[in-house]
Design a protein around this ligand. Structure first.
Ligand SMILES: [Zn+2]
Length: 209
């Protein structure tokens, strides 16, 4: 039995559901589709949560390819365009003596999106195949990627800082490339994937803390 259950039984086992708007607890047999207090449409679990999460994870994983292959920034120097992908950008930052920013770009652009996709894939697979993984660890992992999701935009922030730093020169400027658009879509899809995923599904499929 899940450690999150009350009196040895989870809410769904007790026939209860919570309204996400007003937090009212009601019996889903009595109110199957709406909240008795605020009339908000509710359901015991987010509808098609796992399917939506899968669709968004796969989209994000596909978008990672153009995000890494196409230039994320384009440096305009003396009228010549010098495109940089995420990795060539990291390498350029190290060469130009900015290892601190290179580390931020590496984590924000590469480690964080891949980590989010991998963790969501693992949790979704665990639910899909009913793997008996630790409920607490899966919930903490989801909480962690939900938290770092807020910092994913750091890379776009770095591009804007780079633009400000490089644009000090008269004939030097930096602007975002095609890869930046793909990267933005990776951030958006992973953010939505994290939010469409119903963490309560973890409770339904695992039986340990
Ligand atoms: Zn309500």
């Amino acid at each position: 039995m899940s450690k999150f259950a009350v009196n040895g039984r989870s809410a769904i086992e007790q026939g209860l559901q919570a309204c996400p708007i007003c937090t009212c607890i009601s019996e889903f047999k009595v109110y199957p589709d709406h909240c008795p207090v605020c009339r908000n449409t509710i359901s015991v679990r987010k509808k098609n949560s796992l399917q939506l999460t899968w669709a968004l994870i796969i989209t994000a994983a596909i978008l990672l390819i153009p995000a890494n292959l196409f230039p994320i920034t384009i440096l305009l120097k003396n009228g010549t365009e010098n495109p940089d992908t995420i990795f060539s950008g990291i390498s350029s930052l190290i060469k130009t003596g900015m290892p601190g920013i290179a580390i931020i770009v590496f984590f924000a652009s590469f480690v964080v999106p891949i980590l989010k996709i991998l963790i969501l894939t693992l949790i979704s697979l665990s639910i899909h195949f009913k793997w008996n993984l630790s409920t607490t660890k899966q919930l903490y992992a989801h909480k962690a990627i939900d938290f770092i999701g807020k910092w994913s935009v750091l890379d776009l922030f770095v591009i804007s800082i780079m633009s400000a730093v490089f644009n000090k020169g008269v004939l030097l400027s930096v602007y975002p490339g095609t890869g930046a658009s793909a990267f933005t879509l990776v951030i958006i899809t992973t953010l939505f994937a994290t939010r469409t995923f119903d963490t309560r599904l973890i409770w339904d499929t695992t039986n340990n803390g």
